[in-house]
Design a protein around this ligand. Structure first.
Ligand SMILES: [Zn+2]
Length: 185
């Protein structure tokens, strides 16, 4: 639960800047969002076993809960700098439904999207974004940039952050800890 001051600031932000202001208020997540986040977390966990930074993503139809696509980070396996979990999942969701517009979809991802992925979220006109841990080093939704709520861009997204964030952070921490362990051996 965010502290009282944070909540006050969020409410004030919403009043001043409109309802699309990104809120790190995980209590706004629906039971479906949470179920999908659990799925994304297990995808992230299997990515770690393949030596990929553990991030997982699911794209589902907001109305029905139907899963259109899911993916984990594949940067190392594919030697592709763009192979982030949510980017792969969004591309295959669009192919799956035969429409690049994802306005009826929710993108669920275990880590706050980077500038590239947040940019794709805007370009794909994603309806909702739900993410887990924030990323102070690369996050482009609330941390470093606010691409999903920037009024200068032509599309704004309902964003909910901090959903099962502790689980996501723990996966990442454990992954980098074991990497460092391997290096020092
Ligand atoms: Zn990314």
């Amino acid at each position: 639960m965010p502290g009282l001051l944070t909540r006050l600031k969020m409410t004030l932000g919403r009043v001043l800047f409109g309802a699309t202001e990104p809120a790190l208020d995980p209590s706004a997540a629906t039971p479906t969002d949470i179920e999908m986040m659990r799925r994304a977390l297990s995808l992230a966990e299997s990515a770690a076993k393949e030596d990929e930074v553990p991030v997982g993503a699911v794209v589902y139809r907001t109305e029905t809960g139907e899963i259109l696509a899911q993916a984990s980070n594949r940067r190392e396996c594919d030697t592709d700098p763009s192979a982030h979990a949510e980017l792969i999942a969004m591309r295959s969701a669009a192919a799956q439904q035969g429409d690049w517009r994802l306005n009826d979809c929710t993108v669920v991802v275990t880590l706050e999207p980077c500038p590239m992925c947040a940019g794709l979220i805007v370009n794909a006109r994603v309806g909702r974004l739900v993410f887990g841990a924030s990323d102070p080093k690369a996050g482009a939704v609330v941390s470093l940039y606010e691409l999903c709520s920037d009024r200068r861009l032509n599309h704004r997204i309902e964003a909910i952050g901090g959903v099962l964030a502790a689980e996501s952070s723990e996966l990442l921490r454990e992954f980098f800890r074991s990497k460092r362990g391997k290096k020092s051996q």
